[in-house]
Design a protein around this ligand. Sequence first.
Ligand code: CMP
Length: 143
Amino acid sequence: MEQTYVMVKPDGVQRGLVGEIISRIEKRGLKIVALRMNVISEATAKEHYSEHAAKPFFPGLVGFITSGPSVSMVVEGKDAIRVMRAINGATNPVDAAPGTIRGDFALDVGRNVVHASDSPEAAAREIAIHFKDSEIGNYSRID
Ligand code: CMP
């Protein structure tokens, strides 16, 4: 089983899309094994998006991500990283297919509603930034 990090960004929370997004993840068969709503700190946002630190949009991206509550999740399942990227759709909503979250709910790359890790290395790094090991659940003990 693979795990990935997923965030409903402040625009998705403010627009009341959290339930819709969680529903799409659950209906697809992925499992949410950790979940939190909080206002991400500037330090955490800069660490999360450190690969974009030199990009012109970086200050605006950090300002936006810290502007209000967001929802962080660890999502688990077979090929969870690729499946979650497919559920979200292309980073730029202009290129996102209808039926994807961004294709259905977004227009602007800077307000694209959701984030998901793009590789196993990114997933491990981002999960560790946002969650302690002890905060991540394990369904196998329930069955
Ligand atoms: P995300 O998947 O969270 O990963 C990096 C984010 O940077 C991306 O989604 C976009 O929201 C944001 N981003 C990428 N390009 C731009 C841009 N040109 N202007 C503003 N934000 C951008």
